[in-house]
Each structure stands twice: as C-alpha cells, then as structure tokens.
Write a protein of this length. Sequence first.
Length: 151
Amino acid sequence: MDRVPAQRFDVEALHVRLCEKIAELHPLIVADVMRVFLEVSSLPCELMLWSFEFAFDEDDGRIARIEARFAKRGAPPTSTDDLPGYEVQVLLPKVIPAHAPADGVRAATAAPENAPAPGGLVARFVHALADLGAYCTIETLEARSAEVYLL
C-alpha cells in the first residue's frame, strides 16, 4: 500500500487557517489565542518556521503582537524583515491588572498532552513565554479583539 505524503501548507494557507481558528474563540482569552497561534504555526509548512516574536505595541501596552516568520529551507536569511509570515495583534482590555492572577490558568504555557519536542523552536518560545511576566499578566484576560495580518 502506497503511503500518501503529509500535506504541507504554504504561509498563506496557514494565515487563513489561523484567521478561522481565532474567529471560533468565544470568549477571546489571550492564552487561547496563543494556543491556536502555536498550533497553526506547528503545522507542516513548505517553508521552515524561522522565528517567533512576542511584544507590546506603543499604545500603553494595550496591543500584544505575536508574530511567526518562515524561511526557505537550507539558506539562512540575511534579514528577518523580508521573510513571509503572519502576525496577530491582540487588543487588550483598557485596564490590565498589575499582577498575574495567582490561580490563573496557564493554557498556552502549560505542558499539553501533545507538547512540542524539547529544544524545538515552538518549545523554546513556550518556555520563554512562561518566564515572561508581561505575558503571564495578560494570558488569562479576555481580549477586545484579535486581528491577523499576513506579512
């Protein structure tokens, strides 16, 4: 019996899938947005997953940005700005608590049953998020919106 090769997505197809998955989230909890973002970013892609970024925009930290970039296999890029990818801009509540809830659910940074392989890019990103106080403060919040952009 011939084995069918696994489907590989292009970045645009991952972008569409991410838009669909985020649209299904109700309520729109930041940790769930991150979980979906990581799940989609982990799907087989024609290009190699190259980098992740998590940051806050200048708007008093009210917009959290999550970005994934992809590169051609075998040739390291000279600049990540030119790499294709997608970004999620999460509009946070107007009031953000000063401290992470002590009993908060750590959905994106908890070790799921299908946890990424140790040492992989996704696993390293998840580990970094778990140590990032700024992310831990917002992960249990309900976002006002989440917009996905193709880069």
